[in-house]
Design a protein around this ligand. Structure first.
Ligand code: MF3
Ligand code: CO
Ligand code: CO
Length: 257
């Protein structure tokens, strides 16, 4: 089967621009910087690299990327909020290049964050990579959810139910939904050429969320800390390709070591 080679080539290009955007932003995501500044830097970088920020004007979203701080689960809107020592922030970038999408997010630690936050961030990253490690044709969508859920629940954390990963290609969000919880050997079977995101949102407390009056910002109901990492992946003949790996080797924080 070679009929997805061209699609993968385009996903690779879009994914790399998205991950390079997060790489570039690393030096700026520091105490004293506003999330609006991060948004502007991301917009410019993607534009300068021949792409466009997919979130901008997507369903009425008015910024180019998402910045989700502390108890914000996802879809945080960049603002004049300045990053402060102790904040944990997710930055979620989606670049569209030549009509194809690359979607990725990472957590960043601002100054010194509590060890509780570090542990949650580490477990969230590890859950994503554990799920990615099992990807191959014949596995099922439920296997992805099982990997993530069993790992983070063993540490006492919870998996957000209200948001999920998604198919992605020349459409930003398309079927199937990728749930981050589930049972082994259930759901749709993975086949070569499938492209989707895995983007677990893991809470320190309960999994319940609510959306604020701005219509976007999703927060934990119990105000507990939430963490997320996201990769865009494609299923190959025998495993998978990660389209959004860091070029600089920035996997999980701290990124300066
Ligand atoms: N990047 C997000 C995702 O992982 C979607 C953001 S849509 C926006 O699917 F409008 F909130 F930006
Ligand atoms: Co996504
Ligand atoms: Co995203």
């Amino acid at each position: 089967m070679t009929d997805y080679k061209e699609k993968f080539e385009k996903m690779r290009v879009a994914g790399k621009i998205a991950s390079k955007t997060l790489d570039m932003l690393t030096d700026y995501i520091k105490p004293g910087v506003s999330t609006d500044k991060i948004d502007k830097l991301g917009y410019e970088f993607i534009k300068d690299n021949g792409g466009y920020s997919a979130p901008l004007f997507y369903r009425g979203f008015e910024k180019s990327l998402c910045t989700s701080l502390n108890h914000v689960v996802c879809h945080g809107i960049p603002s004049n909020r300045v990053l402060e020592d102790g904040d944990a922030v997710n930055v979620d970038v989606t670049a569209v290049v030549d009509n194809y999408y690359g979607d990725t997010s990472r957590m960043y630690e601002i100054g010194n964050v509590p060890v509780k936050a570090k542990n949650l961030i580490e477990a969230t990253y590890d859950s994503l990579m554990k799920a990615i490690s099992i990807l191959q044709p014949g596995k099922k969508l439920g296997d992805i959810g099982f990997e993530i859920q069993s790992y983070v629940e063993s540490k006492g954390y919870s998996v957000v139910r209200d948001f999920c990963g998604h198919g992605i290609s020349n459409v930003f969000h398309e079927p199937p939904n990728i749930l981050h919880y589930g049972s082994k050997n259930t759901g749709k079977e993975l086949t070569p050429g499938m492209t989707f995101t895995i983007e677990p949102m893991i809470n320190y407390g309960k999994y319940d969320t609510k959306v604020l009056n701005d219509g976007w910002t999703a927060v934990t109901k119990d105000k507990s800390l939430s963490a997320q990492f996201e990769h865009t992946v494609g299923i190959t003949e025998d495993s998978c390709e990660i389209f959004t790996e860091s070029v600089k080797g920035y996997t999980r924080p701290p990124y300066n070591k």
